[in-house]
Design a protein around this ligand. Sequence first.
Ligand code: SF4
Length: 301
Amino acid sequence: MKTLYKTYAQHLAEHFEGKVQKITVNAGLGCPNRDGTVGEGGCTYCDNRSFSPDYCQPKLSVAEQLRRGRDFFAYKYPAMRYLAYFQSFTNTYAPLSKLQRIYEEALSQDGIVGLVIATRPDCVNESLLNYLGQLARETYVMVEYGVESVCDATLQRINRGHNFACSRRAIEETAARGVHTGAHVIVGLPGEGRTEILHQADELSRLPIETLKLHQLQIIKGTRMEQEYQSAPDDFLTFTPQSYAELVLDYLEHLREDIAVERFTNQSPPELLATKGWGLKNHEFLHLLQAVARQRYGIHP
Ligand code: SF4
């Protein structure tokens, strides 16, 4: 039976036997787009509160965070194995010796079978990529790049601090070293309409990425993007869950079939949102997407 898209579970099944689960780790690394190295003020959608000193400085070591995560899941699934997911901020933003220490600390923990490292495309260099390439010969290593948009005008408008050529270069150089490579994008950034969004799927399909996370733009209270939205709301596409599901189907028609899509939506807590949220959990959106696909294609995706 035809499937609508390749799932992340299918991607994992290609590399592991049995169940594998990510455990999120905060290594306390900062962001060069906030501290003046690349820029100041950060991306316009970034929530300042997430940069409170308390949150940036994890109180627990990488090993302890992983141990607690493992205990939480092992209770239900004793045979589960884990990927250490360095998610918060820019997880390659430190000297190589420090990065080696934290990645290897993670890999030396029981049950940890690989790394997923989220970062900015302007925050990798040759020595780091060579090191990750070596590591990838022994274990699963995925670098997940915050591409956000393939349109330079948008990247400039959201104060991202890098252009699309930078994303392309980082992705190509990472994949060339045998490291699994993924991308994260936001759908509905200011100034982008349906044409730009579908063009994004075409551009990403030309890159050697294996996984993709996309989600609809959510405007967080107190951000510079909230001010921009108040002053120019017409620059922003607004979606209902139904219209977003229709757009996602169009997007998938443009996306290379072997790219696994890890998620389509994100739901911030309603009290943080400057606009009304959908109140839909990820699995509820997937049900809606399947229903819309059945209507469009007459298949069960
Ligand atoms: S790169 Fe990430 S952490 Fe840094 S400002 Fe942008 S959204 Fe915030």
